[in-house]
Design a protein around this ligand. Sequence first.
Ligand code: CUA
Length: 411
Amino acid sequence: MRLTMKRPQGNRDGSAGVGPGVRTLGARLVAFLVAPLLMGGLMAGCADEYPQSSISPHTDFAEIIHSLYVSIFWWSMLILAVVWLLLAWVIVKYRRKSEDEKPRQIRGHLGLEIGWTIGPALIVIAIAIPTVQAVFATQQPVSEDALEVEVVGHQFWWEFHYPEQGVTTANELWLPVDRPVNLRLESNDVIHSFWVPKLGGKRDVNPVPAVREGQDPKYNWLYFTPQETGVFMGQCAEFCGQSHALMAMRVVVESEEGFQDWVDRWFASEGAALPAGAEPDAETELQMPGEEPDVQEDEELQAVDQDEDPMVTLGRETFLNSTCVACHGVEGTSAQGVIGPNLTLFGARSTLGAGIMENNRENLVRWIIDPQGIKAAVAMPGTEYPGGNWPATGLSDGEVEAVAAYLLSLK
Ligand code: CUA
């Protein structure tokens, strides 16, 4: 169909009749009606291709929101169709038919005024009822056997703590499929918002004020049951500072066995490097740059596997004797920092810097040297500048390479 966009010429001089004008009008009306429907169809077809599509639900929670959205969408389409048809009818029926004809003028119409007040009010009520139902349904506490995860928002990364398993990780939330999960949301600084569109949400991650004895702190919670395995992308959805846009995350939904395997690996990753029965020394003193690292007495370092890449061995030694451990923890080692992301199983993560780039050697080296150049206002010090109350790490290029090799070996 070829649409002509020329001005209708028919009625200009009153000689050519209404024919061409109506044809053009008809074509425009068809385009007016059909184009949005085609676009809607295209958008629906693309839903799954976008990693953060909010119209591709994969949990019960997301399903509730999605079905509400879909039903309101189709009711709106029905109303739109009625309005368009009325509009088309009025345009055709009441068009100007000759130069001197003037349509009947109406001033004030009580019936119409009541109608267009009551009609929209009824529509709003009709939308409000299922919406309020959905709000209550998604606030329900879930069953006793739910997995609990404490989510802590930081500028600008995510911390995930599993009290039942005793696991703490960052920026990659692992969940078992088909098991309900209760996320307890809390911020360490400003307000963030937890949003993984395909899993549902979003919900504010607020600082939790201290309460008097006997009172319960008020947390925001988010409940859902992942319905299929896969990796789902999420993003902080509340402006929280300079690098808000760089505060992303991944949710890895695994089979029950896959999840348990991940938990087991978390405990085993570095613990295996310790001699049997040896406890990591949580009170190892921090070595400031410039000080001689006290390596001889580090039993972890003597327990290293003979086949280990020497670069990894050197990286472990450098990492455990640098300021890195003031903020970062690695299970099974003397690194027990809790201010920054826990780095246990770091090498198994797909991304780096809270979901902003691929986790590979090259990016990691860049990150250790110049984190604030990649992510503004991040608290981590670089090799040559301070950050988060800590001085520059002072690591040489070779040491950075070694630390990167070590961290990537943690999987
Ligand atoms: Cu955290 Cu935006």
